[in-house]
Design a protein around this ligand. Structure first.
Ligand code: NAP
Length: 253
């Protein structure tokens, strides 16, 4: 097991990519706490599934965009397990729309949930990780950070911000033996991409045709990249953004 005796905190672990990250880290021996926002039933199901497999996983309700909530969640994990070795900032939302019609509330919701949350949780784990003299932080960005996509100015700004934050923080905490990396997924089969998958006509076929591997990614494809960055195998990697998109952004024909 690659993560025996490690303690991990994953935001947005009730569904999609985060759920797969929780399962993968727990399978590799980590004790895992995860944050969910509103879907308690889904969160409880993840905890029950993992408990049935003999794994230690617990769920905490909270809003990642709220600084006090992040502090309280980190405190709860430390009270329970004394430390945090791995932080995965995964929670995220979309509120797509062309800029000229974008409500300020939709701008702020996406920036606060996707980007400010990463500041909140990195800030909250900083003292514990510094005093442990070790830590792994993995932030969920997106290929949308680097490639223009109509209707996603808020989302792309949040995911680009995550990449900048990742590189800067990596330079600040490297001497403390803390690594900070990001994963940039392409098109992954989760609730977030359901609307695109249900697009009519040939649109969806065109999306798949543009992916070199000719399929959408699965949450496990991203969870495996997170596992790598959280493991000892990635001990000398920091400030890196790992694209996991099946070749979506290669622009091949
Ligand atoms: P998803 O299926 O919609 O799941 C989102 C998760 O985030 C849920 O667990 C949700 O909790 C949680 N969450 C949302 N807002 C929250 C808040 N304010 N506080 C706490 N938790 C919150 O999303 P996904 O597709 O797995 O995406 C996960 C991450 O990967 C996101 O950062 C997303 O931007 C990124 N990403 C996804 C794709 C893709 O193709 N799917 C591509 C690139 C990047 P509840 O269950 O309680 O709502």
């Amino acid at each position: 097991m690659k993560l025996a005796n490690k303690i991990a905190l994953v935001t947005g672990g009730s569904r999609g990519i985060g759920k797969s990250v929780v399962e993968t880290l727990a399978r590799e021996g980590a004790k895992v706490a995860f944050v969910y926002h509103s879907k308690a039933e889904a969160a409880n199901a993840v905890v029950a599934e993992q408990a049935a497999l003999g794994r230690e996983v617990f769920a905490i309700q909270g809003d990642v965009s709220d600084n006090a909530s992040a502090d309280s969640i980190v405190q709860q994990v430390i009270e329970k397990w004394s430390r945090i070795d791995i932080l995965v900032n995964n929670a995220g939302i979309i509120k797509d729309g062309l800029l000229m019609a974008m409500d300020p509330a939709d701008w702020h919701a996406v920036i606060n949930t996707n980007l400010t949350s990463v500041y909140n949780f990195c800030h909250a784990v900083m003292r514990p990780m510094i005093s442990q003299r070790s830590g792994r932080i993995i932030n969920m960005s997106s290929v949308a950070a680097e490639y223009g996509n109509q209707g996603q100015v808020n989302y792309a700004a949040s995911k680009g911000g995550i990449q900048g934050l990742t590189r800067c923080l990596a330079t600040e905490v490297g001497r403390r033996n803390i690594t900070v990396n990001a994963v940039a997924p392409g098109f992954i089969e989760t609730d977030m991409t359901e609307a695109v998958r249900n697009m009519g006509g040939d649109k969806f076929k065109e999306v798949v045709a543009g992916i070199s591997l000719k399929r959408l990614g699965k949450p496990e494809d991203i969870a495996n990249a997170v596992l790598f960055l959280a493991s000892d195998d990635a001990a000398y990697i920091t400030g890196h953004v790992l694209t996991v998109d099946g070749g979506l952004t290669l622009g091949g024909i």
